[in-house]
Structure formats: structure tokens, C-alpha cells
Design a protein around this ligand. Sequence first.
Ligand SMILES: [Fe+2]
Length: 363
Amino acid sequence: MSAQFHNPVATYFGAGSLSQVVALTEGQSVALVTFPEARDLGLIDTLQALLGDRLIHLVENVQPNPDVAQLRATYERFWQQASGCEVVLAVGGGSAIDTAKALIVGTDSGQFDELLALLATGKTFTPPRHKRLIAVPTTAGTGSEVTPWATIWDSQQQKKYSLHLQCTWPTAAIIDPDLMLTLPAAVTVSTGLDALSHALESIWNVNANPISDTLAVSAIEDIFDCLPLLQQNLASRELRSRMALAALKAGLAFSNTKTALAHSISYELTLRHGLSHGIACSFTLPYVLGLAWGKEAGRDQTLQRVFGPDLGQAQAQLRAFLHRLDVKTEFADYGVTEGEARQMVFSAMQGARGKNFIGSQAA
Ligand SMILES: [Fe+2]
């Protein structure tokens, strides 16, 4: 057995760990990227108190699924007004962290379209300037705080860009479960299922290894135990903490494997059907489990550590778990016909993430 694992993010975990932001930004100026409700939740006041006059720029209008239509103005304002700042602090869900990942990559011109043109080539590049990113998730699911990837959407053109550069690894992640206490039930569930998807996708993955497997299996067990309880008891600090740790483990697992078929399918469901990321990448998990099972003995062994030896039972367990959380598990439930679904899965297999799926070669 051999394995290699690399994650360069300095990770701080625990209730109250938000205060680490003071030491991590000492002597440096900071731009804050956060979500619209952060002000009413008192989060901006808290960060202003912690950072004082180090905080020189504020982006507080981040929308779900960051879209080029909105990012363009935010990006160009940032590079005009705050090009001197040293740190971008992202506080929020995956959309805030993904927005921050786009902002920190500076083009020569400071124009956003120059960045899009580079991303459209699909090749990696070294930007002429970039900022340091610190990520503080306020949801337990995205994993974006411990990965270098961001998804940028172009809903008008019905496409997406994948951002992934050496500089888009956060230098630090602060996971403070107390920041998740006010998350509503629907977001708690959908982001928690995103984490479940990350863990499973790292197992049925051509890049899986014993280290990512260990993290993924542990994450799945925690999520199975914890998420239904948390849905019924949103104010529990203990459950928030357990779920945050599970999501972190899932994030670390897929930081080394990338995602696979369920995520590849999800992109079209988000673009065409407007499904939230967490639901789009998780309702197909029982179906994708069926495609993964029996493809590789080693992968089966890891899946069977979670689900036991019987595929039918494994799929039933996963379906029952999703149904208990009020998540429907069939394409038809989301207005996708059988023919559309078949086409969607076929093209998802050809996508970059689909090719990470262990069953993609046999399809
Ligand atoms: Fe995801």
C-alpha cells in the first residue's frame, strides 16, 4: 500500500477560532468578501472590531453561484480600489470563498475579461500579481477552504469556468462552528449533503488513495450520524462542531482526488434547472453508487466499509438517508425526463470531473 497526500492550507478548527484572524493578518491590510446577510448577523461588526483599520475594502453582495455578470464589476472595483491590500478574507459559504478566489488572481490590466480569456484556454498560468487568501466557511459542506478550486458561472452563455491555480489555495482556513449556528435548516442540509458528495466522490475516484479513503469514510460515518440530528436541532453547538469537522474531513479527502461523476452531472442541473449545488450533487448519489459498484475491487472494499457487502441495501440506505432529509432522489423529481437524464449522464462522463469517476472508462 502506498499513498501521497498534499494540502498546504494551515487549518484552524474549533469554536471561537475566528479570533485567529487577528494573528494571521498582523501588520497587513485586508479586504473582506462576504454574503449579504453577514451585516444583519453582526458578522461585519465582529470582523471590524477584530481587524480595526486593517480592514480597507468590503465586498458584501456575494450571490449564490458567482456569475460573470456580477463578478466583473466586483473584480474591477477590487483591483482599482484595493490593489494595495495584502490579504483577502473570505467569510461565507462556497460562493463567498469562490468569489474571493477569483478576486485574488490579478490580471495585468485589472480587467476581468482578461482573466476569463485565460480561464477559457483551460491551461494553467501564473498571474502577474495575486493576493493571499484566508477562508472562513460559515457553512459545513463546501470544502472550498481547503481546496484550490473555484467555479465561476456564466448563466447567460450556459457555461462555467473552473479556476485552479497554485495561488488559489487558501494560505489558511479558519473553521469556527459557532459561525454556523444561525444557518437555516435547508442550507444546513444542502451544504451537509455537498460534503457527503465530496466524501463519496473521493472514493469512487481514479485518484483515490488510502489517506483520502480514511478521511472520506470517517466523514461519511459522521454525516450519516449527525446531519439528521442537526436538522432537528440547529442550535446545538456540539452537532454544529461535529458536522463542521465531517465537512472538513470530506474537503481534505477531495482536495487530493477532485470530485467525480455526481459533481459533473450537477453542473448542468444547476445551470439549466437552477438547483442548489448541494442538492444537485447529492440526489444522484444512490444512482452513481450503482455505477461505481463492481468496477474495481479496491474501491468496492472501501465502499463496503461504509455500506456493507450488498449493493441493493447500500443504495436503499443512501436513498433512505436522503429521503429522511426531505431530499428526493430521482431525476423525474426535478423535472428531468429519462432521455434527458441519460444524455446528461453521458456528457457528464466526458467532462473533466466525470473522467475522475472509476466507471467512466467502461461507460
Ligand atoms: Fe461540491
